[in-house]
Design a protein around this ligand. Structure first.
Ligand SMILES: N=c1c2ncn([C@@H]3O[C@H](COP(=O)(O)OP(=O)(O)OP(=O)(O)O)[C@@H](O)[C@H]3O)c2ncn1[C@@H]1O[C@H](COP(=O)(O)O)[C@@H](O)[C@H]1O
Length: 104
């Protein structure tokens, strides 16, 4: 099992945890809008580090982004498996071909 899958499972389990004992439970208790806002903040921090080019800081911010993405998805009852299914569906479809098809 990958670290990402373990993290997703932990986040799922935190849905029923005491907000006083878990950061994730506390964030989930604030609702999906707050989870989305936190994800946005973390994404911006990662963008800044990517632009600056510090690999260590970008690694740390990217980990925050993945954690907050999973929390945001959990807040809307979406799982990592749901996203993996969408990625699997896209496998073998060129991004260029997909964009051309969308433009009609
Ligand atoms: N990966 C993470 C993770 N990444 C970031 N964070 C937390 O997310 C928070 C975001 O940081 P911020 O500086 O934005 O938060 P803040 O400024 O204190 O909060 P606000 O004032 O914005 O509300 C920090 O408190 C981090 O500790 C995480 N918290 C938990 N995890 C994972 O989730 C697991 C379960 O954690 P708990 O739910 O706390 O048990 C942990 O074992 C980890 O594996």
């Amino acid at each position: 099992m990958s670290a990402l899958t373990r993290l997703a499972d932990t986040i799922e389990a935190r849905k029923s945890a005491d907000p006083d004992s878990s950061w994730t439970a506390k964030l989930l208790a604030k609702g999906p809008e707050k989870c989305a806002e936190k994800f946005g903040e973390e994404a911006i921090e990662a963008i800044i580090e990517a632009a600056k080019g510090d690999r260590d800081r970008l690694t740390s911010e990217a980990a925050d982004v993945l954690y907050h993405l999973l929390v945001m998805l959990a807040a809307r009852d979406l799982t990592l498996a749901d996203i993996e299914a969408e990625l699997t569906r896209r496998e073998g479809v060129s991004g260029i071909a997909e964009k051309t098809a969308r433009k009609g």
